[in-house]
Design a protein around this ligand. Structure first.
Ligand code: BES
Ligand code: MN
Ligand code: ZN
Length: 492
């Protein structure tokens, strides 16, 4: 169902709305607009603050009953003491629309004093995110337990036309994030490499892009021995998906976004333990991030050339599967010893990075749920950021900051190269337990020598094993916002 976010010229105290949402920082005092709401509520707002029933701390919520006129209910949502206002607003808006949806409210009105473009956009992203719910493989609850669906949100503003442009940008980004989350949540038997390819074709059609799909046969012609080694054990046709958004000056070098698209990673012959293996359906979240970002970039009609590349397959044990000790030759000609078949993402990305050379890219950013070691190093609060060009790394870190998809840089010192040296080939695909996220990135670096490149290890940030309040258990949509902010920064 379509969820609509629009601007509405109205005051929060008199707006006739089933639910009014007010976002407040911790220790907030009543502004004139809030004083008017307080009067409409017979003083309930001020009393809640005075009694500290509501303190405005991050993610805190409190429902208040409305007065005789104006909003029928009020939801207070806390922003805490935010370091970044837009990020806090996005998060709060997502909590609010999730709550409204759960409460069975069909429409909500959002009000905050900050009506700057960035604030309005961030709120629209958050409201759109909170609306998303995974239902594809779940039966609807019985009729008498069903809640009315949340259908729309109005953002109360003083200037509708100015606000609507920012709101539309926000919903485009929110839709891209939700597309990535939907793809992530779909099980591996539905979200196959074929399904990702079909999704790319739909995006291309919807956004006036071109989609090109290579299968096993075409990749053999391309001599992608590294990617194909991973795909060797699966009966499903692997896909290299290419989406091209050509809205920049003709001939200007494109930004290339690359995603790891392992629709299921069993580990292959180096099979993973059964415990938690179901989470490896999320091993395509990098790919989902690229597709979601491309969809948003198309919707925003950004004047820039962008290429999205997705390497998609599954990693399965079988009689045909690659074995530890095998040596394969990548498209670049480098020989790779496969020491552990569970280090498959870097094998796929090696050939996708090599494929990117033909675009003579201005910058290449890959996103991959690449290593458990990155989760050990950084947990779930930041993606690992690695690269071969400090200016580009800084630009990506800045996009991470502005978008809320936080990244943290880890080093790629030459000394780490020793970790992936072997007697049997030019390099091997694992470097042991120490610095596992770094040795994986060092491996990728071997295939990114001819362009500025950044690698995002999103193993800890692409999905959550617990409900985070602003996001339910499951895929987070990282790094769609980072990609979009980066590309926007380059599109001037
Ligand atoms: N997809 C996994 C990494 C992963 C682990 C993502 C946990 C999300 C959560 C990747 O293909 C993998 O298996 N990596 C191995 C590398 C090792 C064999 C060198 C790992 O991290 O254990
Ligand atoms: Mn693996
Ligand atoms: Zn994997």
């Amino acid at each position: 169902m379509e969820f609509r976010v629009t601007a509405r010229r109205a005051q929060p105290d008199t707006a006739d709305a089933p639910l009014l949402v007010l976002a407040l920082t911790s220790g907030a005092t009543l502004t004139p607009a809030l004083t008017a709401v307080d009067a409409a509520l017979g003083g309930a707002l001020k009393r809640s603050l005075d009694r500290k029933d509501f303190r405005g701390s991050r993610d805190e919520t409190l429902f208040l009953a409305g007065g005789a006129k104006g909003p029928q209910r009020v939801l207070l949502i806390g922003l805490g003491k935010p370091a970044s206002i837009p990020t806090a607003l996005k998060r709060a808006a997502s909590v609010a629309s999730r709550q409204a949806r759960k409460a069975g409210v069909t429409s909500l009105a959002w009000f905050a004093d900050d009506q700057s473009d960035v604030a309005l956009e961030a709120v629209a992203v958050g409201l759109t995110m909170g609306f998303w719910e995974y239902t594809t493989t779940r039966s609807a609850p019985p009729e008498d337990e069903r809640r009315a669906p949340l259908e729309s949100a109005q953002m109360l503003v003083s200037d509708e036309t100015a606000a609507n442009a920012a709101i539309q940008r926000g919903t485009s980004i929110g839709d891209g994030i939700n597309l990535a989350r939907q793809l992530g949540m779909l099980p591996g038997n539905i979200c196959t490499p074929d399904h990702l390819a079909d999704t790319a074709r739909e995006i291309a059609k919807r956004r006036g892009m071109t989609a090109t799909i290579l299968g096993r046969a075409e990749m053999k012609v391309e001599k992608m021995g590294s990617f194909l080694a991973v795909a060797q054990g699966t009966p499903q046709d692997p896909k290299l998906i290419i989406l091209e958004h050509k809205k920049g000056p003709a001939g200007s070098k494109p930004v290339v976004l690359i995603g790891k698209g392992l629709c299921f990673d069993s580990g292959g012959i180096s099979i993973k333990p059964a415990q938690g293996m179901e989470y490896m359906k999320f091993d395509m979240c990098g790919a989902a991030g690229v597709l979601g970002a491309m969809d948003a970039i198309g919707a925003l009609n950004l004047p820039i050339n962008v290429v999205g590349l997705v390497g998609s397959t599954t990693n399965m044990p079988s009689g045909e599967a690659m074995n530890p000790g095998d040596v394969v030759q990548s498209q670049l000609g480098k020989f790779i010893e496969i020491v552990n078949t569970d280090a498959e993402g870097r094998l796929v990305l090696a050939d996708v990075l090599s494929y990117a050379r033909r675009y003579d890219p201005a910058a290449v950013i890959d996103a991959a749920t690449l290593t458990g070691a990155c989760v050990v190093a950084l947990g779930h609060a930041a993606s690992g950021v690695f690269g071969n060009d400090q200016a580009l790394i800084d630009e990506v870190l800045a996009a991470g900051k502005s978008s809320g998809d936080t990244g943290w840089q880890l080093p790629l010192f030459d000394d780490y190269k020793d970790l992936i040296l072997t007697d049997a080939a030019d390099i091997k695909n694992t470097g042991g337990r120490a610095a596992g996220a770094i040795s994986a990135a060092m491996f990728l670096k071997e295939f990114a020598e001819t362009f500025p490149w950044v690698h995002l290890d999103i193993a800890g940030t692409a999905y959550s094993e617990t409900d985070l309040g602003f996001i339910p258990k499951g895929p987070t949509g990282v790094p769609v916002s980072l990609f979009v902010d980066f590309v926007r920064g380059r599109a001037h």
